[in-house]
Ligand binder design. Sequence first.
Ligand SMILES: [Zn+2]
Length: 543
Amino acid sequence: MLGLVAFILGLFAAAPAPAKPPAPLNPASPKLVVVISVDQLSADLFDEYRPHFTGGFARLASGAAFRNGYLAHAATETCPGHSTILTGSHPTHTGIIGNTWVDQSQTRSDKTVYCAEDERVLGSSTTSYTVSPMHLRVPTLGDLLKRQSPQSMNVAVAGKDRAAVMMGGHNVDQRWYWDGKSFATDVKSARIPATISRANAAISASIATAREPLQAPALCQAKATPIAVSPEMLVGSGRFARAAGDLRGFRASPEFDGAVLAIAAGLIQELKLGADQAPDVISIGLSATDYVGHSFGAGGGEMCLQLLSLDRDLGSFFRVLDSEGLDYAVVLTADHGAMDIPERLRAKGILQSVRADSALGTANIGKLIAAKLKLSGPVLLGDLANDLWIDRSLSAKDRVRVEREAVALFKAHPQVEAVFTSRQIARLAIPTTSPDKWTILDRLRASFDQQRSGDLYVVLKKYVSPIATPGGGYVATHGSVWDYDRRVPILLWRKGMRPANRQEHISTVDILPTIAAEIGLALPPKLDGRCLNGVEGVACPVR
Ligand SMILES: [Zn+2]
């Protein structure tokens, strides 16, 4: 009997809600919303290069230009950052706490889960995964738009799958991303646009051809001082020369963003985005700045060439949209910033900048604890300067002892700023004040997910790079709680807007409520973000 009741209740629960006629969108709103994320474009870089931009960046900076945008949360990585841009929610609500997290309940041998993966698919692993939006707990702009306006299209294209997944969301018409060799999709029902086939053929021909070094303008020549990050590795004066077939070299070069923008322009034309009354959205993830930053740091000639090239390519992209006669609005931001290499920061006078002591590595600290407490196994899981998990196969009593030892060991190290337990983080309310005023614990709270977060969080001191030993072409990174990783530009532009240089401190979670007000989109009642007042063409709801 109980089973039957549960069955009937289940049926009711599964029945769809009665269809409500969708609310009309604002008829005067732009017909295409273009959302661009420049991976790793810190506000520091934007401020530094802004006077030198003459192309697409200059156009966007002539709208409502917020130079103090924040990824307010602690884990300043690509997946959490992108999950905030079009959801109005911090990672504590999007569920995307990192690029990966440890899930000790996994039955597969790989206990690490990738943020944009469906780990239930047999054979999926962190390194060879099945792309899916299933971990994203909230809808995106495109998801909400299609609910209210079923004729609207939601398209995503990016250098990285996680950028396309977290900005596109659950209900996309087309989603394309670089899979290491060509542009691919996880949307099996989508027909392959001619743009994609043409682009893949052109890119593969380009990769098969060796590239001469780019010409450097005077601005970039002045920054091109070679710096040794190891006896074998010199960075600072590269100009993107590459051998035939160099896939990694292609990905960490301006050409990669050029390809993504060309595909975006092609998809807009081919799918006729923005051409009718139902507004469409295209999200574009430009990933080359991040690969250039990781490979060479943010302060050398390479980043200069990358940003000036991207400025030109963005300009060409907007000119295509203009030539189509489209009424479009643009938002450009980033998923996080970055810290330059310590070797160059010290040369610039930031003397406290160092690389992390390799003794702080999780495996090493785990070994010390295991020896002291006479335990076996890894004891601690996860990577330094991020969430750490205590081995669940240990007894509850041993886990308490491991936690105590780990907190004491990390805290005693001079490179460690603070260590918090998940209990300390979870009991805090989600902060609602200006993001520049947030404490470290506030930042950690906005990144915290009860089910997915670790047992401990280790925060390194400011200007300590977690890359202890540069290698594999990887010299600089991000991910910290510090503002060089949190602060990014947020630029809002539409044709005819008057320039407005905005200095206030806002957050990427404010983007969705602002676009929603501009196009007349209804929003879920509880969001972390708020509509940005005073943006021309946007009438925020009265609160
Ligand atoms: Zn990123």
